[in-house]
Design a protein around this ligand. Structure first.
Ligand SMILES: [Zn+2]
Ligand SMILES: [Zn+2]
Length: 266
């Protein structure tokens, strides 16, 4: 009998020894368990390139204006959806589809300032976004209901803002005629430059325009450049006599045939 009690006591001792050993192991494993969890929370945030949709870790991307790019090259181009990576994107609701199978081959240069003759306010962007407060200026009441836009706006500081995809039709030219082709919005890209027709444009605005022109030509090599007044002479005078067409031509290294109305002052 005593032998059996001794054997049972021994078996119990072995059981407790094995059990305590296993618990020790579990305690030892704890730091590595939590280490694994730390690694999981450290997993890099993935973002998609706004040009090609490639997924990459955020810290390896180029961040700009709330968007991400996989490389400089993609940020410098017009995306397949018609947006330029280097521009600030501030969308306008004033656009619609271009007619199907329309080749874009014209750029229309405009000027705008709001109120007329004043620069630097928020009003031009508010106007393009249908948010112009008609009570802020007598002139605003007259235009607040108009629905207009351009693809690009270059402000006095030379900032480049895109409002409408170039694949879409922006509403900038109105009734217009380009050598017998009417409705120029159908086949053109509209660029508004902040100006009032009585003031020189700023050097930095010409620089931004030259940059934009280079990018647009890479995307659409057959572009020609005209002023709003060239295609709607009875209604419009912009970009006006203060727009230096020769300087624009020289800055962008454009040839004469790209200026169907010449590059003289007008
Ligand atoms: Zn990309
Ligand atoms: Zn215009």
């Amino acid at each position: 009998m005593f032998k059996w009690i001794l054997l049972l006591g021994f078996a119990l001792a072995v059981y407790w020894w094995i059990r305590s050993k296993n618990q020790g192991k579990k305690v030892a494993q704890k730091p590595s368990d939590s280490g694994f969890k730390d690694k999981q929370t450290e997993v890099q945030k993935m973002v998609a390139c706004a040009h090609c949709a490639l997924h990459l870790p955020q810290k390896e991307s180029i961040a700009f204006d709330g968007r991400y790019y996989c490389c400089q090259e993609h940020q410098q181009q017009i995306s397949p959806k018609g947006w330029l990576g280097k521009a600030l994107w501030r969308t306008s609701p004033n656009f619609d589809d271009r007619p199907t199978n329309t080749a874009i081959d014209l750029v229309v240069i405009h000027h705008i300032s709001l109120p007329p003759g004043e620069f630097g306010g928020r009003w031009v962007m508010d106007f393009f976004q249908n948010q112009l407060d008609r009570t802020k200026h007598p002139y605003f009441a007259a235009i607040a209901e108009q629905k207009v836009s351009a693809h690009f706006f270059i402000d006095r500081a030379g900032r480049l803002i895109q409002l409408v995809s170039i694949e879409q039709r922006a509403w900038h030219a109105g009734k217009s005629d380009f050598f017998g082709r009417t409705q120029c919005n159908d086949f053109s890209i509209g660029i508004e430059i902040e100006g009032d027709g009585h003031t020189e444009f700023a050097e930095i605005q010409y620089q931004t325009l030259a940059y934009l022109t280079k990018v647009l030509l890479k995307h659409n090599p057959n572009l020609k450049f005209v002023g709003h007044s060239d295609i709607a002479p009875e209604r419009k005078t912009d970009p006006g006599t203060f727009f230096d067409w020769q300087r624009f031509q020289k800055n962008s290294a454009l040839s004469d045939h790209q200026f169907p109305f010449g590059s003289g002052s007008r």
